[in-house]
Design a binder for this molecule. Sequence first.
Ligand SMILES: [Zn+2]
Length: 223
Amino acid sequence: MHTIEERFWDKVALCGRGGCWEWVGATTSAGYGHIWVQGRLEYSHRVSWMLFNHEDPGALCVLHHCDNPPCVNPSHLFLGTHQDNSDDCCFKGRNKVPCLKGEDHPSAQLTEEDVRICRMLYMDGWKQIELAALFGVSQPHISSIVTRKTWGHVQTRDCSAKGRHSNQNGGNNSSAKMTETKVRIARMFYKNGFSQRELAALFGVSQPTISDIVRKKLWNHVH
Ligand SMILES: [Zn+2]
């Protein structure tokens, strides 16, 4: 018995145009992929959204930014209502709810510091879906942050790693610029193979500071 993940990945080609992940399994006449899930026929892009966001979009539709029906790349998908796109929608019989998921409290789970980090990483080339996983919120939530639809009052420093020169902004040995959130992220990135030098550039501190952080000589109260 194969899991839904196995059956899903078996039918995805990761090399479509424009970064699309194209469904190579059965499709509808309109080109949308479909797959059986617990005795129910579901759109494969909808299943993709659920697998990556770990939640059921419920009555909402999963729509494409890329207008490519067979695409199941989660970073090309977003939640919307039936009215948002009548062609790109749920199977019949679902309720229509006239608001986007989370619109009421789209920023409730994040802090201002999280928002700054999120925008900084986005400028640095991170994908919205990766940021969503990192911060534990949905991709549309991240989208609203990086496009400044929410948290518009939070100023973002110009701190993309690529534009940084260590002598200007962080050549000293202080870890004062670090916050608990940044420390956690730095340690997580370090475990995931980032070099200390890359992390120093990303957070605007010196490499010895990063070294002390990842070895817990600094910020050892942060877990
Ligand atoms: Zn796509």
